[in-house]
Design a protein around this ligand. Structure first.
Ligand code: SAH
Ligand code: SF4
Length: 436
């Protein structure tokens, strides 16, 4: 059967969809050219904010109306449980995040008419599912840590993605070795709080050293792996051992996604983030002491219950002090079952919007400032392909995950091809360079 997968949400969902694609292909199904020609369409859903969930449910509703065989996977399934069929009466199947590995079997059952309206909500990983990778370019995502036990007050992720579980290092290393043999040179390790790798359950057979830094070192040893990225990080994990890895292993990219959420100590405490403003800034300073161009990006929530103007100004000043290279701003959305959903959602929609716009404008200015420092320097870039905005330009990324574009007439390397670019222009979100 021809299939198509629509993915909403985070990189973890992107990764899960890619694994489903690989498994369906292995089962003899064919990825369609587009949604229209597909007989089976799967929507991979997000539920971290209400709007995200509504988008995925709306999309699935449209597909059902278009009489496609329709499945829903991902975080909204776990949240809704059996109610998913009330929201989407014509849905053929729904599968929770940890058991997406059941999808090929479910599709076979639907095709044979053996079962209908299948719901799988389990937490037991399906053997082999985590390791399934679709044939694709030089970059790959590898999930190393599943679930989350942090229970930040606003966050639904622990309810829908389950307990924190670190995959065995041996299994991850074998997976990356196989990817490298297939031509993958850049891997991104995924986990909700990835620096907690190996803390809740042991990841290594013998326990020497901090599990995550050790994993990075072992991956850096694999032939063909030129870049190692990971996301998301927590300031508590910015330890000496991690800094030593950055110092010793050029493969480990000098970019960290370090969600801060707020710059107000009072709000951070209420959120249960387990760091203070000062601890967070100290972690950033340690990284920048190692390399002033260390790229630091973040997530911020505006309009958390009770967030005053002073709290918001504290967030603004923290963002300047940290000098974020990029930031993702989210308007607070109460999620059922979370601790903060019990508090009044008392910052108005207009005020959330206003705070959002202020932080976006600040980031434009800050992004330009940060990027301007790189004008005249030479950046090592891995090519990705034609630029989305202007096809006469080619685009790639430097180690800091900064997008660098250049004139395609000068050089058009294969995706994954390495080149050195001298930066001649800086913009808030991109750099323009020329091959040296
Ligand atoms: N595991 C990651 C975050 C996963 S959710 C971490 O801890 O860093 C991605 C981002 O969505 C969060 O960093 C947060 O900024 C935002 N987010 C999560 N819950 C939210 C909510 N209820 N309302 C608004 N934004 C939210
Ligand atoms: Fe959510 Fe906090 Fe876990 Fe991140 S660390 S997934 S924000 S509970």
């Amino acid at each position: 059967m021809k299939f198509w997968i629509h993915t909403y949400g985070c990189q973890m969902n992107v990764r899960d969809s890619e694994a489903v694609e690989a498994m369906l292909t292995a089962a003899g199904h064919v990825k369609a050219e587009n949604e229209d020609e597909a007989g089976l369409v799967i929507v991979n859903s997000c539920t971290v904010r209400q709007k995200a969930e509504e988008k995925a449910i709306g999309k699935a509703g449209n597909l059902i109306a278009a009489r496609k065989l329709t499945g829903l996977m991902g975080c909204a399934v776990k949240r809704l449980g059996a109610d998913v069929f009330k929201r989407l009466p014509g849905l053929d199947f729904a599968v929770a995040p940890r058991v997406f590995g059941l999808i090929p079997k479910i599709v076979a059952e639907l095709e044979s008419g053996a079962r209908r309206r299948i719901l799988e909500l389990g937490d037991e990983l399906v053997p082999g599912a985590m390791q399934a990778h679709a044939q694709s370019g030089f970059q790959a995502f590898v999930t190393v840590l599943l679930g989350c036990d942090n229970r930040c007050s606003y966050c639904i992720v622990p309810d829908v993605r389950g307990h924190e579980y670190s995959r065995p290092a041996k299994e991850i290393l074998a997976e990356i070795e196989a990817l490298a043999r297939r031509g993958v040179s850049e891997v991104t390790l995924l986990g909700q709080s990835v620096l907690r790798y190996g803390i809740r359950n042991p990841a290594w057979e013998n326990g020497a050293g901090e599990a995550f830094p050790r994993l990075l070192r072992a991956i850096a040893e694999i032939d063909g792996i030129e870049r190692i990225r990971f996301t998301s990080a927590h300031p508590g994990g910015v330890t000496d051992a991690l800094l030593e890895v950055y110092r010793d292993c050029p493969q480990v990219c000098r970019h960290i996604h370090l969600p801060v959420q707020s710059g107000s100590d009072r709000i951070l405490r209420e959120m249960g983030r387990r760091y203070t403003r000062e601890e967070y800034l100290a972690a950033v300073r340690r990284l920048r002491a190692l390399d002033p161009e260390f790229a630091v990006t973040t997530d911020v929530i505006v309009g958390y219950p009770g967030e005053t103007r002073e709290d918001f100004e504290a967030t603004r000043s923290l963002m300047d002090e940290a000098g974020f290279d990029n930031s993702f701003i989210f308007k607070y959305s109460p999620r059922p079952g979370t601790r903060s959903a019990l508090l009044p959602d008392d910052v108005s929609t207009e005020e959330k919007e206003r705070r959002d716009q202020i932080l976006l404008a600040d980031q434009e200015r800050r992004g330009l400032e940060r990027n301007s420092r790189l004008v005249g320097t030479v950046r090592d870039v891995l090519a990705e392909g034609p630029s989305k905005r202007r096809a006469e330009r080619w685009s790639g990324r430097d180690g800091g995950n900064r997008i660098v574009v250049w004139d395609a007439a000068e050089q058009k390397p294969q995706p994954g091809g390495k080149l050195a670019l001298r930066i001649r222009e800086a913009h808030p979100q991109i750099l323009v360079g020329e091959p040296v």
